[in-house]
Ligand binder design. Structure first.
Ligand code: PLP
Length: 358
């Protein structure tokens, strides 16, 4: 018998058909297996299992449905030209998962062990990692509170899961600068809140603002600080960078911004090229002034989904700021090319960022 603390693997006998590589949608197709693990207050995390992908059953009183005690992560597995499979700084995702969990009063997981289990899962699902340029296997680890109890308090039981979804290129027609609405009514997060955690409520609370921005022709919103609506925070699920008069700037981590792994990687990469990055408070007024003075060279969002998403226009209180004539900036392109080349093993991984799944 397998101990309740040893990974159990149950192979699927009913393998699904894989999508065509040129038409992979985002987030609606899942692989043959998933990873699950349970938490109870007396046993801690236990029963790690890889089993056929299937719906799960929860009590209607499960606390996740009522008080939203949940966290998630987002990462990718990439196919190299010679057929290998690489993960990009996966230890950072489990580190951040535990940081998010701490904020949500969820018990931490063993980061090293989770990476081991994830590696086993990807090994089993290797054929699901697509190879067309721009495609990848999206990895979604998450934790939900499962205890059936309507009391407003941290749950006594949780479920950790990892599901995998092949995803197509973020820019199917090639990288294209986006139009972003600077949101000055709705608030995503405030210092002391949950903005630094990857937790469900941060996203659903942004839908209304995003819908209004989209209706007005924008791709997403740029959030300002929740108190003064003065300082720039981040985009929907991306951090933001500016290149102004030769200087690269990004908002400092203040407790309400998510610490993106792409953000960290870009800062480290630029530093390795001898380009300093200033992390500080950046007001929207300052950006508007730089625009008026013709000093904004590039603006780009950063995140696992797109890596780099150039911004071609910012709309703030009816004022339109066109960036670099709606064209991709030189630095944006170079960062995109370098990071995607590291992720897909095209260039030497001098910074030791990738982990091969054998
Ligand atoms: C996930 C996310 C990011 C980007 O983080 P990466 O680790 O670079 O993918 C930025 N902001 C928010 C709000 C996010 O949820």
């Amino acid at each position: 018998m397998v101990s309740t603390f040893e990974l159990e693997i149950v192979n699927s006998t009913n393998k699904k058909e894989k999508p065509s590589q040129d038409q992979v949608p985002f987030g609606t197709i899942f692989t043959d297996h998933m990873l699950t693990m349970e938490y109870s207050s007396d046993q801690g995390w236990h029963e790690p299992k890889i089993t056929p992908y299937a719906p799960i059953t929860l009590d209607p009183a499960a606390m996740i449905f009522h008080y939203g005690q949940t966290v998630f992560e987002g990462m990718k597995a990439y196919r190299t030209e010679d057929g290998r499979v690489l993960l990009f700084r996966p230890e950072k995702n489990f580190e951040r998962l535990n940081l998010s969990s701490e904020r949500l009063s969820i018990p931490p997981v063993d980061e090293k062990l989770m990476l081991e289990y994830l590696t086993k899962l990807i090994e089993l699902e290797k054929d699901w990692v697509p190879s067309t340029p721009g495609t990848s296997l999206y990895i979604r680890p998450f934790i939900i509170s499962t205890e059936a109890n309507l009391a407003v308090a941290p749950a006594q039981s949780y479920k950790f899961m990892v599901i995998l979804s092949p995803v197509g290129s973020y820019f199917p027609g090639g990288m294209k600068p986006v139009i972003i609405h600077v949101e000055d009514q709705f608030t995503r997060a405030v210092k002391g809140g949950t903005g630094m955690a990857k937790t469900a409520g941060n996203y659903s609370s942004g839908y209304q603002a995003q819908a209004q921005a989209k209706q007005a022709g924008n791709a997403d919103v740029l959030w300002l600080d929740g108190v003064e609506k003065k300082y720039i925070e981040e985009v929907g699920s991306m951090n933001i960078f500016f290149k102004i008069d030769g200087e690269v700037l990004t908002p400092e981590l203040n407790g309400s911004i998510l610490k993106g792994i792409t953000r960290t990687s870009i800062i480290e990469l630029l530093n390795s090229w001898g380009i300093p990055v200033t992390e500080r408070k950046i007001s929207i007024q300052e950006i508007y002034q730089a625009f008026a003075d013709g000093k904004i060279e590039e603006v780009f969002g950063t995140g696992t989904a797109a890596v780099i998403s150039p911004v071609g226009e910012l709309n703030w209180q009816g004022r339109k700021m066109v960036v670099n004539n709606h064209e991709i900036g030189e630095l944006s392109q170079k960062l995109y090319d370098t990071i995607t080349s590291i992720q897909t093993g095209k260039v030497e991984d001098a910074l030791g960022w990738t982990v091969e799944v054998k």
